[in-house]
Design a protein around this ligand. Sequence first.
Ligand code: SF4
Length: 270
Amino acid sequence: MSSAAYVDTKTGPAIMSDDVDAALDVGDLHRRQLEAEIKKAFTDYSRNRPRSLQKTLGPSEIGSLCKRQLAFGVTAPTMGKGTNVYGDVWRSHVGVALHKEDELVLKFVNEQAGETVWIPEARVKADDEHPGTCDAFHVPTSTVVDWKHPGKFMFDHYRKEGPSWKYRIQAHTYGKGYARLGFPVKFVGLMFISPASDLHHGFLWLEEFRPVIADIALANLDEIKAKCADLDVVNHPERFAEFPITPGDECRYCNWFSPKPSGPRQCAGK
Ligand code: SF4
């Protein structure tokens, strides 16, 4: 800031504006304002990505064990998507950025091999209503692979406990999407590499492709949709309370999470 002086007409002594800034802590105010502006830019960008704005549930969401979250999700096209202002977008930002690099790795492998070893980022549909983009398909082994880049805590958790059902359902849903395109899908996998660790510690979870797992998830979703219609939750949102909640680690990323709900389309996760 430029330093300027002014004179108090009653007392006479000149006061430097820097002194005033210091007294009011204005210098740090500018820093804090700019910091807030930067964080807002990341948050707004993340919340306005096409994937964030998609209105139908994708494969990464349909496997939620929380029926309330699914009910909120399937009615989002009519009622609008919730915005979890408490959720921090940084991890999803890192995840998206890493996925872009992951795609380049697979393209590099294909170029080096002179053939399609991997199919990266393909749009697939387990059914017509819930399309999604599958991270990777390994052609020689007919294996669907989804990248997972959790923080160290959840990385260690998945290594010890295995993936969540939500992740497994997501993988099988992509498998079903590829099968519908005529691919002979044999396995589905989740490749865990944490940005807080190194490649050496990454691990691949793998299991045989079982389309019934995707079928069960999609049937569950149909039941939720039917119940939403029966209860007419669009006009009676208080009836969302009829859907049981399953609080867990997912709550802080849930679009409808609020520690102090201000309406029936918010949930405190407990
Ligand atoms: S905040 Fe948690 S319990 Fe509530 S709807 Fe979302 S996932 Fe379910």
